[in-house]
Structure formats: C-alpha cells, structure tokens
Design a protein around this ligand. Structure first.
Ligand code: IPD
Ligand code: CA
Length: 264
C-alpha cells in the first residue's frame, strides 16, 4: 500500500533535486529555445531537462503511476495515481533571472482531469528562496515545518489579490477587462508570474486571494491542495472545479465575494 506520507516524501525529494538542476542551469545562463503558443510563451532547455529528470526518477521509482507534464505530455499508468508536473512554473521569471519560479509536483488519484481527480499530495518548491511548500490531503499545508492557514478576516476591499495573464493576445484582452473591474475594489493586485507560487502565497497568507483564467492542470494541481489544506477554497464559478475557465483561491467568505465579481 502506498501511504500519502511516502508520496509526499518522494515528491519533496524529487522537487529538491529538480530545483537544484534548475538553479544550476540558471546560474550558467538561460537561453530561450522555443516559443510555444505565442511569442510570450517561451520554453528553455532547462524546462525540458528538469522535466526529463523528474520523469526519469518517477519511471524508476513509481513505474506503475501515470504522468502528466507541461513539456512532455501524458502517459497512463495502472496504479490509479498520476503525477502532475510543472518542471519550471514561472518560466518567464526564470528566463529573466527573477527569483520567483517553482517546481510544482502533485500526485492525484482517478481520471487525470482537474474536474475529476482527487489530489493526494502537492509540493511547490522555489529553489531560489529554498522554500518547500507541501500538503497531504486531510493533513494540512506546510512551509517546511510551519503549518499554514489562509487569511480569514479580510473582505474584498482590504484584499491583496494575485492574478496572472495567459499568453494569447485575445485572452489578455479579456483578462484586462476583468482586471478593470477587480482593481478598483480591492486593496491592490500582484502579478507574481508563477501560478503555483500565487497559490502557495494564498495558503501562506502572503496574498488574500488569487484568480486566473486559462490555467493548465500542471499550473494549479499542487498549489490548489496547498490552499484547501490551509483552510481556503479553490474552485471555479457556481461550484465548478478549478479549470481553464477560471480558478479562484481564497478563504471561503472572500471567495464568495470574488466569485460574484468575476461571474459578472
Ligand atoms: C505560467 C505562469 C503564469 C501564469 C500563466 C502560466 P509557465 O506558467 O504560472 O504566472 O499567469 O498562466 O501559464 O508557463 O511559466 O509554466
Ligand atoms: Ca512551466
């Protein structure tokens, strides 16, 4: 039988090794090797190399598990578990040397679709700050050994809200329109540039809330569990699961306020 604690310990171990590789390649200098959906949507050799490292370790240590990674796609497994990986979340920060990027590793059970899976473990590691955020379902969220709780006493007017923008021009036009409704009624906005760190920040109380449209499963698989295990809510509109349409993360009361604004 696989315990959640064993999955978490393995995820932390792999994230540590992956983070060291990302940091080493960063210190050697980073070249943008390709653009993906748009000129802003870049990939570096390190994104691919770090995902290869993670995939190789999992193939050796968890050969029956499925895999879903940003750079190398999906592979089914027989165990019912899938590892959902963003090798470097915040690639633009990474390419520019802004120390806000992370290795994001989640273990989910069931169909590997955010609307259906049950997250078991989430790990988000920023190698530059050496911060290791981790959560096991039902057992709380932690930064290292410190237990995390979302901020619960804030309403929209006093909220520091993270958000992000996708890479496609049309989506950015829509996101700008949404932002124009949110910005006047909250304390302020932050755009950290890595969805996994936005979610970890909500879990840690460094942001009161975070929302974004257009996220991919690997952007939020691990971070969403951090938020819910820190007492927050993470989802979409009208009871939908978080997905490409929308992700909102906050304490439940603030979530409801943001949902009302964002669903207009
Ligand atoms: C991106 C980052 C960014 C978010 C984008 C994501 P990537 O992931 O998380 O903050 O706004 O929607 O695609 O491309 O750096 O792994
Ligand atoms: Ca990425």
């Amino acid at each position: 039988m696989t315990t959640n604690a064993a999955l978490r310990d393995l995820a932390i171990d792999i994230a540590t090794e992956a983070g060291e590789l990302a940091q080493r390649r960063r210190s050697e200098g980073v070249a943008i090797t390709a653009t993906k959906t748009a000129l802003a949507d870049i990939v570096t050799e390190a994104d691919r190399e770090v995902e290869d490292l993670i995939r190789t370790r999992l193939a050796a240590e968890r050969p029956d598990d499925g895999f879903l990674g940003e750079e190398s796609g999906a592979a089914g497994g027989a165990s019912g578990f899938t590892w959902v990986i963003d090798p470097i979340d915040g690639t633009v920060n990474y390419a520019y040397g802004i120390p806000a990027f992370a290795v994001s590793i989640a273990v989910v059970e069931g169909t590997p679709d955010p609307a259906q899976w049950r997250a078991r473990v989430g790990v988000v590691h920023n190698p530059m700050t050496r911060e290791m955020f981790h959560a096991v379902v039902g057992e709380g969220a932690y930064l290292g050994s410190r237990r995390l709780t979302v901020n619960t006493t804030v309403d929209a007017a006093g909220a520091l809200v993270g958000t992000g923008f996708g890479y496609e021009a049309q989506r950015r036009v829509e996101q700008f329109e949404v932002l124009s409704r949110v910005l006047p009624i909250v304390r302020d906005i932050r755009r950290l540039g890595a969805a996994s760190l936005d979610l970890a920040s909500v879990a840690a109380g460094r942001l009161d809330a975070y929302y974004e449209r257009g996220l991919w499963p690997w952007d939020h698989a691990a971070g969403a569990l951090l938020v819910t295990e820190a007492g927050g809510r993470c989802g979409g509109i009208d009871g939908a699961a978080a997905g490409r349409d929308l992700l909102i993360a906050a304490a439940p009361e603030l979530y409801a306020q943001l949902e009302a604004i964002l669903s207009r």
